[in-house]
Design a binder for this molecule. Structure first.
Ligand code: FES
Length: 908
């Protein structure tokens, strides 16, 4: 069979039933990405005879005799198609995994398509950008502005990457043409493939596994079971201190604790043979009682998920399924509430959310020529992964190398070991190169979700609007394993309570095991869940007092120099205000809301405005060390070596800018060697929004040291002149975000339309405004998804029932309005060149701001996210008084008459 691919003939014979995507990738056409294999995400889009198709749904045989064009063939030679050039200039990508497919679709559009852009691009999902720069890039390419118009932030490359310049991401040209390699965009000779058999039970003991039939299949090389796995327990979560998480996981265990957990793995010549091997395994289970609800899990007599674990293992009370708890208090909460003029109390709950990064988890492992176990993996944490694998597999860390290519999105989901351990075991067992690439369904079933929280908040305020007491109870469900359970609970509670001054605070938080899909690290790390409750309750106080909610925050929020701590005896001595821009953020967001944007609500829809704030520490607690090196060469170039990973967080751009700025070079003179345990001596990893504040700081220090050497007259030898930098990441600053929104609600259907979306951010010195704006827009888009659409639905076995993008609603381009982004003018004394982190935090205040706007539109408070259409319809239908119309009384400036406090329920 013959087809033309990017103008060149390709001859071959597809396997029976093979789709065009895998056929093209078998030919080395790695521009064609895999995001879902179900026609939902568009990462695999190619042109067939000029028409965009999802190649994962298109039979390869149907392409016989046709012209197939990938992102790499849209323009002749190495040139970029005009739409690809526009994507690069407009920062229309972050991780870039969606970008080749997106540019293929966009290349077919004309000016006539622009009014219908939402429909024309609806088959291409982007999880990172929030779509605004994509929309702009397409519009500008189609209209042929050539980068000269306002809105082309990277239209000209900046000669010097000064702080504040829109330096173009170093990989931009390769990303937009699909030439930038991701984890699986490589050829490894003799590669074998690993597939996993899933548990059909929520809780069971494996009595026996008969692998006879599987091993008899030609091409099957090995079956791995718990009998092959080391006894050492670990956590899939990775932190600088491995003891931060309970050691409750084995690579393969004799007990399965959630439906979908690994039971066994099969290694074979092809993925299909490995799957056939899994199907041929005969497993005998002893089914055990399961507990699915977190409240039931901590009740007497509940089935125990990890009965044998102790505090030594990092589990506080296995006899109650409690992984950890936190009780803290100061002042007299009872007295504070008694003297309150108004109070608000209620229980808010958050659904499970999937990271839905477009690149699924996966690793390729092999024994390298130097004899080392080598892993190429989609990880945010190569160093921490190497160290833990060495410990679990009883290897010398020096004999293990872990590195990442560009990672196609993470959002915290790749701060885990979900594939590397089983691949490493398979490589050691077979001696062969082994790949394990998760399917989209596996992502939902076997990785992690955001922790579902139930948060009961009781807040009181006096007649001036000053808080008199805050009483917060949190119950977090970590599922069957405790990866990130403790950190998410502590972090979620800390900065959400510490963002406010109150004479009395009380906190009781617990995180429990259940026999459900594990939860893990997710953008915001618990803050979004608790902030949803706190900011909703505060809004209720403002409503009762007839007070402007911005003013309510001005009165009560922390001020520059405050000591922070949930209990007054335990201040965080490591948290300092390196800068403070919350006051500016409140002003900027309010001014924008008052100005409005002219977007009108549909006739008859109810309109409301809402806002919320969030605070976040710029570095996770208790140290986040990183090292870096910068080497100058006689040809005037430099190489930056750092351990951190680029997964859409813009780290590569900023590291380039920092080195170029300090050394007075053009960004083009800077090369990067990152994401590799061979690159430097240690890096904690790309999590906790530390790209700038930790890795950036280490690179900045190395560049400054090199500058000093050069200023002192040091010669640059042929092999280069190297200087080192490091940071321990122990002293942390604080960053702020304020989100505001005006929404319209159709009370007849429950539809919510965001009329105006505003976010003001305190990011310190903004090193790259176009890129930082993109981070904020992407965070807001993900926040809108969590607030209005996204929910991993759990079945009666405690596992997802909607494990596909067709039934799990990631926002499409039509769902995301443009967000006005404003920056406070601050400069942080701790961050490199005055910068602070801004990756996770924009996500956190979005859901409460939208909930507060919906509350003011329909008169009933949402207590649950996502605020789906059916839920909002029910709320509106339960409104005790006629639903407000589109009148001005729903504006925040005149919130209504004071009223006595009360208990909020899901009925309002
Ligand atoms: Fe679109 Fe990451 S840039 S999915």
């Amino acid at each position: 069979m013959r087809m033309d691919v990017d103008g060149a003939p390709v001859e071959g014979q597809p396997a029976p039933g093979q789709c065009l995507r895998t056929y093209l990738r078998d030919q080395g056409r790695f521009e064609v990405k895999k995001g879902c294999d179900a026609g939902d995400c568009g990462a695999c889009t190619v042109l067939v005879d000029g028409r965009p198709v999802h190649s994962c749904l298109y039979p390869a045989l149907r392409a016989e005799g046709r012209d197939v064009t990938t992102a790499g063939g849209l323009a002749p030679g190495d040139q970029a198609h005009p739409v690809q050039d526009s994507f690069a200039r407009h920062f229309a990508f972050q991780c870039g995994f969606c970008t080749p497919g997106m540019t293929v679709t966009a290349s077919t559009l004309t000016e006539d398509d622009l009014p219908d852009l939402d429909r024309r691009l609806k088959g291409n999902l982007c999880r990172c950008t929030g779509y605004r720069p994509i929309r702009e890039a397409v519009e500008h390419a189609v209209r042929g502005c050539g980068g000269s118009c306002v809105g082309c932030p990277g239209g000209t490359d900046d000669a010097a990457a000064t702080a504040g310049a829109n330096a173009r991401p170093p990989a931009a040209d390769r990303v937009v043409q699909g030439r930038e390699p991701y984890t699986f965009d490589t050829d490894i000779p003799g590669l074998t493939h690993l597939k996993v058999l899933s548990s059909p039970h929520a809780h069971a003991r494996i009595v026996a596994i008969d692998a006879t039939e599987a091993l008899a299949i030609p091409g099957v090389h090995a079956v791995l079971t718990h009998e092959d796995a080391p006894a050492t327990r670990f956590s899939t979560a990775r932190h600088a201190n491995r003891l931060d998480d309970p050691r409750d996981t084995r690579i393969l265990d004799s007990t399965v604790r959630f439906r979908g957990q690994r039971v066994a793995a099969v290694v074979a010549d092809t993925p299909a043979l490995a799957e056939a091997g899994c199907a041929a395994l005969r497993v005998d289970y002893q089914v055990l009682p399961a507990v699915l609800d977190p409240e039931e899990a901590r009740s007497p007599g509940a089935p125990l998920v990890h009965p044998g674990l102790t505090p030594e293992d990092g589990v506080e009370d296995a006899s109650r399924n409690v992984v950890a708890s936190w009780r803290g208090a100061y002042g007299n909460v009872g007295r504070g509430l008694a003297r309150a003029t108004v109070f608000a109390t209620g229980t808010w709950s958050n659904a499970r959310v999937s990271h839905a990064q477009l690149e699924t988890h996966g690793s390729i492992g092999w024994i390298a020529d130097d004899g080392r176990l080598t892993l190429r993996t989609s990880s945010q944490v190569p160093f921490l992964t190497r160290d833990e694998l060495a410990l679990v597999l009883d290897l010398d860390p020096a004999t293990v190398r872990v590195f990442a290519a560009r990672v196609g999105g993470g959002f915290g989901g790749k701060q885990e070991i979900f594939t590397e351990d089983i691949v490493a075991l398979a490589v050691l067992r077979t001696g062969r190169p082994v790949a394990y690439e998760m399917t989209r369904e596996e992502e939902f079933v076997r990785t992690a979700t955001r922790h579902p929280f139930r948060v009961t908040a009781t807040l009181g305020a006096d007649s001036d609007g000053r808080l008199t007491a805050m009483d917060i109870e949190v119950l977090s469900n970590t599922g069957a394993y405790g990866n990130h359970a403790i950190g998410v609970m502590f972090h979620g509670c800390a900065e959400s309570l510490e963002a406010y001054r109150s004479p009395a605070k009380r906190l009781h938080a617990e995180v429990v095991y259940t026999n459900t899909t594990p939860a893990g690290a997710f953008r915001g790390y618990g803050l979004g869940q608790v902030i949803f409750a706190v900011e909703s309750a505060l809004d209720e106080l403002a409503l009762q007092l007839g007070m402007d909610p911005f003013e309510m925050r001005r009165i009560n929020a922390v001020k520059d120099g405050d000591k922070l701590g949930v209990t007054e005896r335990r201040h965080h001595e490591d948290l300092v205000f390196g800068s403070y821009g919350l006051d500016q953020c409140l002003d900027l967001a309010q001014e924008a809301l008052v100005r409005g944007n002219g977007v009108e609500a549909p006739e008859g829809w109810a309109v409301g405005e809402g806002m919320a704030l969030s605070m976040i520490a710029t570095i996770p607690p208790r140290g986040h060390p990183a090292t870096a090196a910068v080497t100058a060469f006689p040809d005037g170039t430099v190489e930056v070596a750092a351990g951190t990973v680029e997964f859409g967080n813009g780290t590569h751009t900023v590291l380039t800018q920092l080195a170029a700025e300090v050394l007075g070079l053009s960004p083009a003179a800077v090369r990067l060697h990152t994401s590799d345990t061979d690159a430097t001596t240690h890096d904690t990893g790309a999590w906790g929004s530390t790209g700038i504040t930790v890795a950036g700081k280490a690179v900045h220090a190395a560049a400054v040291a090199l500058r000093e050497l050069l200023d002192d007259g040091a010669e640059i030898p042929e092999a280069g002149l190297t200087a080192h930098g490091e940071t321990d990441g122990k002293i942390r600053s604080l960053a702020f975000n304020v989100h505001a929104a005006r929404v319209a609600v159709d009370v007849e259907t429950g539809r919510v339309r965001i009329l105006q979306s505003i976010q003001a951010a305190d990011a310190g010195t903004v090193l790259n405004p176009a890129q930082c704006r993109g981070q904020i827009e992407g965070g807001v888009a993900q926040g809108i998804g969590s607030a209005l659409y996204e929910e991993v639905l759990m079945g009666d076995q405690g596992s997802p029932t909607n494990p596909a993008f067709r039934v799990y609603r990631v926002p499409q381009i039509a769902d995301v309005p443009e967000t006005e982004v404003y920056f406070a003018e601050t400069s942080d004394s701790l961050g490199p060149l005055g910068a602070k982190s801004m990756s996770e935090s924009p996500y956190n205040p979005v859901a409460p701001a939208l909930a507060n706007a919906i509350r003011r539109a329909i008169g009933v408070r949402p207590m649950e996210v996502p605020m789906t259409r059916d839920r909002v319809w029910r709320l509106a239908a339960s409104a005790p008084t006629p639903t407000p119309s589109t009148s001005r009384d729903t504006r925040l400036a005149s919130a209504g008459e004071p009223s006595p406090g009360g208990t909020l329920t899901s009925d309002g």
